[in-house]
Design a protein around this ligand. Structure first.
Ligand code: HSE
Length: 437
């Protein structure tokens, strides 16, 4: 039996989950690996707070160096979130010869390359399975069991909070705000839920997957990202009439030496496997040139699923100590793929606009679209109700819903700006990708 001493930074939702998974499955882990994994120190800035876990006396510390520079600690588990100070803590731990396991997608997306190099220089490991899709072992799978494949495309529902919100809006007719409140109560949302609803959380995760799958750097800030706060019941009704479901989709595709990527709400055909992924569940759909279509499905957020991934990484690192060899493959961020990152690329898009309900408006819109060679696949007009007290003969406004045929997103953006400048429409309310059958 080998005793592995773990120092954990943070005891929030994921920290509590990690502690519980290790306690709950201690016997199973010991029996199958011979590893006696002990959390011997926890960095907790507020030891007075009840965390709902039975932490033995003397384990909490308010001095992070009790862990980072403690010669008795073998593995540091970083679960405090955010880029700083987490990134500095990870760096210090690696430089002090400790392997690090983290659930921190923001750090890996922003500093993964630098930290992976520091880990290599100090002959220690950096693992981050829990950073993408919580309990789903997507990183280990891509970098080990699926390594023999070349992937051209991946699409994922990488954020549980937005999937939960969109599901509740669709199925229960809840407003966006009501559904967000429920997601927060259930503990899926980030401390600042704008990271979820504006798409940054998904962009961080997509950036990590792009490095693993395509071997290039796609910094989250360069991934075109649109959030879900503009999705309305009008979009939901239209999607349902046209046999789509609205999902917050992270997608990346390789075409002619370039990688295109985006995070955006999207219309997904109801018979696409991703359309059936509901509530807080996450999924990654990808096609390998050997394995063909695959879909990973599971809980992408929450204490226990994320704790499961963290403990899996701790066991992986600990087994490596034991064997003292490179017997298993280590998930490596890669930047040697020889491809260029080229933004959003082209596709079919849904656009909702509000326009004055007057003769000629549709003609002006379609003329401008025609100048840009954008062809319309579907157009629907919904008259808007007049405001209370507004004369029945006063010009009203109308909601226009379009699906365009395949076009470059930057050309669509240009055309929409010109339509707005022309005052043909009052506003462009929402733009979503349309996923091919
Ligand atoms: N807030 C994230 C989500 C969970 O809702 O998916 C952790 O990444």
């Amino acid at each position: 039996m080998a005793t592995i001493k773990v120092g954990m930074l943070g005891i929030g939702t994921v920290g509590q989950g990690t502690f519980r998974v290790l306690t709950m499955n201690y016997d199973k882990i010991l029996a199958s690996t011979g590893l006696d994994i002990q959390i011997t120190k926890i960095y907790n800035r507020h030891p007075e707070l009840d965390r709902g876990v039975d932490v033995p006396e003397g384990v909490y510390t308010t001095d992070v160096n009790d862990i980072l520079k403690n010669p008795d600690i073998d593995i540091v588990v970083e679960l405090i979130g955010g880029v700083e100070p987490a990134s500095t803590f990870i760096k210090t731990a690696l430089e002090n010869g400790k392997s690090v396991v983290t659930a921190n997608k923001a750090v890996i997306a922003a500093r993964g390359q630098e930290l992976a190099q520091i880990a290599m220089d100090h002959h220690v490991l950096l693992r981050f399975e829990a950073a993408v899709c919580g309990g789903i072992p997507i990183i280990t799978s891509i970098t080990t069991a699926l390594l023999s494949n070349h992937f051209e495309e991946l699409q994922g529902i990488l954020n549980g909070t937005t999937n939960f919100i969109l599901t509740k809006m669709e199925e229960e007719g809840l407003s966006y705000q009501e559904a967000l409140g429920m997601a927060q109560e259930k503990g899926f949302a980030e401390a600042d839920p704008t990271a979820d609803v504006d798409g940054l959380d998904a962009a961080n995760k997509l950036s990590i997957l792009i490095s693993l799958v395509f071997g290039i750097s796609a910094p989250p800030a360069q991934i075109p990202t649109r959030g879900i706060s503009n999705v309305s019941s009008i979009d939901m009704d239209f999607a349902s009439e046209m046999d789509f479901r609205i999902k917050m989709l992270a997608s990346a595709k390789e075409e002619n030496g370039k990688v295109y990527a985006a995070v955006s709400p999207a219309l997904v055909p109801v018979d696409h496997p991703l359309a059936s992924v509901a509530n807080e569940f996450n999924a990654v759909f990808l096609t390998g040139n050997a394995v063909d279509d695959l879909m990973f499905y599971g809980r992408g957020a929450g204490a226990m699923p994320t704790g499961s991934a963290v403990v899996g990484d701790v066991i992986g690192v600990a087994r490596k100590f034991e064997k003292d060899s490179d017997y298993d493959l280590v998930p490596q961020l890669r930047y040697d793929g020889g491809l260029d990152f080229a933004g959003e690329g082209s596709g079919r898009y849904y656009v909702r606009m509000t326009a004055p309900d007057q003769p000629g408006v549709l003609g002006r819109i379609t003329t401008i679209l025609g100048w840009h060679n954008i062809s319309i696949d579907t157009v629907v007009q919904r008259p808007q109700k007049k405001a209370k007290g507004q004369s029945s003969t006063a010009p009203g406004s109308a909601t226009l819903l379009f699906i365009f045929q395949k076009a470059e997103k930057k050309v669509i953006d240009r055309a929409l700006s010109e339509i707005l400048l022309d005052k043909a429409v009052t506003s462009v309310e929402n733009v979503m990708r349309v996923v091919e059958e």
